[in-house]
Ligand binder design. Structure first.
Ligand SMILES: [Zn+2]
Length: 295
């Protein structure tokens, strides 16, 4: 039997991970967009685009796709599919370079390494990798094409609940073995690195975590996959998302967190919103809306 190609081997790895959020990753050029937050620098890093059909399987699960189309049309968006970004976030601060999530990885056209290069950061310079959750579009970039650690000098941080969730998935054994020596699990609410606190947001996965970055009185939160579509997930937070492990908990968590963010007005990074995924949540009708941009 011929040896499997590199691509095939990695595709198997990705398929073996817990249900990934990326159904149809689409190639995109690398991109890095930076701005200051207090005394640190934030850089949004592009990895891919993901086109999700409006077929009732993901957005508005159990809802008529015509109702989803009505929401999309009202926002001036195409109604046949929902295009998501797949992005990661870099935080550079004195003495540390922190990467939050790692994209799809080399098997699925992820361009995060190119975006990191555009930000003038070498993989070996990353000191800490913070994982929001263990889906393939967030942990796929932890390993290189040959299975080595993509960020060889980094400590990898993940909530203890998410680490248990990943280890319980038999298909993740290779990834688990590769990252275990570098893995430092944390408990909900922990300050994972100085100035970055974890925010427990279970529902999408059991140990799903956001990260709040605070510097010189300025704050910003990476909400992970609390919301996927900047249109549908905000306008109708009460619609089930096919990607959520626990749909009911996902709905409750999404509505509560979006309400909190709309009240606080703080800057938000959402890895699946249109690049660079930075903006604010505002209330709109019975739901919410996205205001892109940073202060
Ligand atoms: Zn995701």
């Amino acid at each position: 039997m011929p040896a499997p190609t590199r691509h095939a081997a990695l595709a198997l790895l990705l398929v073996a991970l817990p249900a990934a959020c990326a159904a149809k990753p689409t190639p995109t050029p690398p991109a890095a967009r930076s701005f200051p937050l207090g005394g640190v620098t934030i850089v949004a890093l592009r990895d891919a685009l993901n086109v999700v059909p409006n077929d009732g399987s993901v957005f508005g699960k159990g809802v008529d796709p015509a109702a989803v189309a009505t929401v999309l049309r009202a926002a001036g968006a195409p109604t046949d599919a929902i295009t998501l970004g797949v992005d990661a976030l870099l935080v550079t601060m004195p003495g540390r370079i922190v990467l939050i999530d790692t994209g799809l990885g080399p098997s699925v056209s992820g361009v995060l390494p190119g975006s990191l290069a555009a930000a003038r950061v070498a993989p070996g310079a990353v000191t800490d990798v913070l994982i929001t959750h263990s889906h393939g579009d967030h942990v796929g970039g932890l390993l290189t094409a040959n299975g080595a650690l993509a960020f060889p000098n980094a400590t990898i941080h993940m909530s203890s609940a998410e680490w248990a969730f990943l280890r319980a998935h038999p298909g993740s054994a290779k990834l688990v073995a590769a990252i275990a020596p570098r893995l430092r699990p944390f408990e909900p609410g922990a300050e994972v690195v100085p100035g970055i606190r974890s925010v427990s947001l279970p529902g999408h996965t059991p140990g799903h975590s956001g990260y709040e970055i605070v510097s010189q009185g300025k704050r910003m939160i990476d909400i992970g996959d609390t919301a996927h579509s900047a249109i549908v997930s905000l306008a109708r937070p009460d619609w089930a998302i096919g990607y959520d492990t626990d749909a009911a908990q996902g709905i409750a968590q999404r509505r509560a967190e979006l309400a909190r963010l709309a009240a606080s007005g703080e800057t938000v990074f959402a890895p699946h919103f249109p690049f660079p995924g930075v903006g604010r949540i505002v209330t709109a009708g019975n739901g919410f809306a996205w205001q892109p941009g940073h202060p």
